[in-house]
Design a protein around this ligand. Structure first.
Ligand SMILES: Cc1ncc(COP(=O)(O)O)c(C=O)c1O
Length: 380
């Protein structure tokens, strides 16, 4: 079969290969502890499941949704945003509901980048920016290394001349958070580079602990678009729901693009998101979410401590359920040995060249299984 260049230019999807190997080992009877993929093991909160059931019975639940999302849902998102970040959004002009953040992030480049335009992507990063976002839209990814000695923050000067810049804090895969001064420098860059569109992926903004709350880029500049996801907030990765917020021209273009590509997220799922967000009290998440976060924090402390005892250099983080650990120069050997013990780790190079020498562990297994995994890693 002859495929288009934009398709053949894609590197193999790393997670698919990992999944295949894990399945083979499982079939051989190996007890697999999968720390490879960030899919929550904890169930969605009862209130979220109840809202899904409730709205499934709405008389219009079976109809085509609108591309930009249910107007009342957008109103609820605006109320949440004001309480959570102190940012007032116009629900009709500054919010677009998405079928998960991934869909929006991957599609967004099409509305601003022409073939050959440069799109800045962090390195290491969630692969969708460079692949779904840049390559599949005939744009050229430019990688901004995230230097551990600089807090895993990019040097924005390297984004000079780019049409689009992807940023992501709290960060996958490193778990890094960005200080206010960084967001301020992003706002300054945006101001002095009107030709560059700033995209902030805030998919992990609600997965924070120890008193830390992640800011929104829209607190610093309104010339950006920010992507939010309910996947980790409500342990609801399979429901595919999120939203984009920010610059009205870009939001209108995103909604117009989506009208050509999809028919929006199912109405009952949108409404469950709205009901879930309405449970926040100002910036404080509902108790069920706080309990999840406390569990992730407990797991993180365990894993950070045990990995450090192995001599791995670990970023101590107050956000995300990823632990990013420096294991030496060649992480593939470590990944292979861990896999032989039934522990699946993600090699850092799957997130970009700068990920070489690192592994990522997703804390998406019960505490006892993580203890077991840490015990197995001790003897690789
Ligand atoms: C950084 C980042 N952004 C976005 C997403 C996707 O979010 P959603 O499930 O809403 O598509 C993920 C999922 O792993 C992610 O790690």
């Amino acid at each position: 079969m002859k495929f288009a260049d934009r398709y053949t230019s894609l590197p193999p999807y790393l997670f698919a290969g990992l999944e295949r190997k894990a399945a083979q080992l499982k079939a051989q009877g190996v007890d697999i502890i999968h720390l490879g993929i960030g899919d929550p093991d904890l169930p969605p909160p009862d209130f979220f499941v109840a809202a899904l059931h409730r709205h499934l019975a709405d008389p219009d639940a079976h109809l085509y949704p609108t591309s930009q999302g249910d107007p009342l849902v957008r109103k609820s998102i605006a109320q949440w945003f004001a309480g959570r970040f102190g940012v007032d959004l116009d629900p009709d002009r500054e919010i677009c509901v998405l079928i998960g953040a991934k869909e929006g992030l991957a599609n967004f480049s099409r509305i601003v980048a022409n073939p050959g335009d440069r799109v800045a992507c962090p390195d290491p990063a969630y692969p969708v920016y460079a692949q779904g976002g840049a390559l599949l839209n005939d744009a050229v990814p430019v990688f901004l290394p995230l230097d551990p000695d600089k807090g895993f923050l990019p040097d924005l000067q390297q984004a000079e001349g780019c049409r689009l810049v992807f940023l992501n804090y709290p960060n996958n895969p490193t778990g890094a958070t960005a200080p206010e001064s960084f967001f301020q420098s992003v706002a300054d860059f945006t101001e002095s580079h009107p030709e560059t569109v700033m995209v902030h992926d805030a998919a992990y903004s609600e997965m924070t602990f120890g008193g830390y709350q992640a800011p929104s880029i829209l607190q610093y500049t309104r010339q950006a678009v920010e992507f939010h996801s309910m996947s980790k907030l409500f342990n609801a990765t399979g429901y595919r729901i999120g939203f984009a917020a920010g610059n009205p021209e870009l939001i209108a273009a995103l909604a117009a693009l989506k009208a050509q590509l999809d028919s929006g997220a199912p109405v009952f799922i949108q409404r469950a998101m709205a009901d879930g967000l309405a449970r926040y009290e100002g910036a404080t998440p509902p108790p069920e979410v706080r309990a999840n976060l406390a569990e992730y924090e407990r797991r993180r402390l365990l894993v950070e401590e045990k990995l450090e005892a192995l001599g791995w250099r670990v970023l101590h983080s107050q956000a995300t359920f990823y632990v990013w650990a420096k294991v030496g120069d060649d992480e593939m050997a470590v990944v292979e040995s861990a896999m032989a013990k039934g522990v699946i780790l993600t090699p850092g190079r799957g997130f970009g060249k700068s990920g070489q020498g690192y592994v990522r562990l997703a804390l998406s297994q019960p505490y006892e299984r993580l203890e077991e995994a840490m015990g197995r890693l001790k003897i690789i």
